[in-house]
Unconditional design. Structure first.
Length: 100
């Protein structure tokens, strides 16, 4: 089943985000190579694709996992989670409707 991993970023976490981005992206690429990643990306803190020092307000990942518990465990092992980039992580089942 697909799960949405919705992450709310801690204020002032931009430096930790930048430092841990390569490991975070590698982990996402592993999901992608397994055919389990639907989408992933950050939420810019301002209305801009490149928010610069304003940074990000969080991230969204939608990927396939065997269970919600597996999705929660995967999210807890993410380099951003370990580096204390996120204030809150919510994992919800997700049903893709469109595009078909």
């Amino acid at each position: 089943m697909l799960y949405a991993i919705i992450c709310d970023e801690l204020p002032g976490a931009l430096e930790r985000r930048i430092a841990n981005r390569p490991a975070h992206v590698e982990r996402l690429k592993a999901l992608q190579s397994e055919g389990r990643l639907l989408l992933a990306g950050p939420h810019p803190a301002i209305d801009s694709e490149d928010p610069g020092p304003a940074g990000f307000s969080g991230s969204l990942i939608v990927a396939e996992f065997a269970s919600r518990e597996d999705a929660i465990a995967w999210a807890a092992g993410d380099p951003y989670a370990i580096a204390n980039v996120f204030a809150k992580v919510t994992v919800k089942p997700f049903k893709k409707t469109l595009p078909a």
